[in-house]
Ligand binder design. Sequence first.
Ligand code: KE4
Length: 424
Amino acid sequence: MTISHDLFEAALRRIPGGVNSPVRAFRGVGGEPFFTKSANGCRLVTADNEELIDYVGTWGPAILGHAPSVVTNAVRETAQHGLSFGTPNPLEVEMAETICRFVPSVEKVRMVNSGTEATMSCIRLARGFTGRDKIIKFEGCYHGHVDSLLVKAGSGALTHGTPDSAGIPKALARLTITIPFNNIEAVRAAFAANPGEIAAVILEPVPANAGLYLPEPGFLESLRTLCTESESLLIFDEVMTGFRLARGGAQEVFGIRPDLTALGKVIGGGLPVGAFGGRADIMDQLSPDGPVYQAGTLSGNPIAMAAGLAQLRELERCHGWSQLEEIGLSFEALARQAIRGLPLTFQRIGSMFCLYFREGPVLRLSDAMQSDRERFAKYFHRCLDSGVYFAPSQFEAGFLSVAHTSADIDQTARIMSDALKSVF
Ligand code: KE4
């Protein structure tokens, strides 16, 4: 038996499913999860000393690769002066100013401790600001485990067949209208059927929790227009895409100005950080100035701020976003070579990608759901056994980092190609 197996046995006795987050349980691909004991650059080292080229990147934060020295040094240095103060600290101000500089639609911002807190706070703030209750979201989009948003959700909810979680009061779920992504007519109809009742539309501008698919031309622009006309708020959940697709995230790439933006992952450099921000007139509705309450003991934690700031500064210094595009282009070229002639679809934007086990294109959840999950699972394990770790679910995106070298990508392409030959 392996050390990971023994650790998993112990975990199962005390942690539900043996994991602190469901997608780690490998239920989407079968088998037992490996345990990681260290990570550096684009590689993980398992508890059994296997080295893996990592394309999950702790689900997005490791954009510079794992444990970049600029971040670990900042953490070490900051920790000398204390771990948490429960008072305002200078790093929070620097983080807020940096976010507002990177993301122009964010005029004011508040730090939280996870992406879930960020989206949850956006929803409450939108409802408080508009005085309306209903929310529009899109099938397959995942916004964290927020009661109002765990309706036809993606990511682990989809992987484990619980897109509509138990425990959500029907009275609350009824206030969430879910619509297929890229269907602007259905959004228009929802607004017409609920005049003056829609507080906000929330979406991942590039949905990456049902694999990865893109907004069709004009879709985001139409959402912006519909929200403006209806005086509803447009909320971009950029927990995944923020600071990754561009310095200003997907909203910079697509030229759309949302009213609120949820952020996370990259912003913490690997530590627990989320943030939400947007128009000052909306953000000023938050306590202590306004009537919408929101709070957090560790929000703006100095260590987390130092880690996130070090990561954002380094991304800007090394022109990380253009490096990521170059790495993405070369990865895509090799991936397309590996899948040539096979009933597969490879979709990418920047450093995010997905290989769907179905013929494309994939434009919405219903398309993604037609993927061959069994064949995906076999492919996943063949790659893992050969030293490449892709996300353990067809309904997750893959992530490249600045630390992935051309040698890593060449090696990955060979392993992908061999794995595909063995499952087709
Ligand atoms: P967290 O609460 O997990 O920090 O963030 C929730 C969240 C919000 N919005 C988007 C677009 C997200 O992708 C996420 C979390 N992403 C998943 C990966 N698909 C996290 C992995 C996990 O659940 O363990």
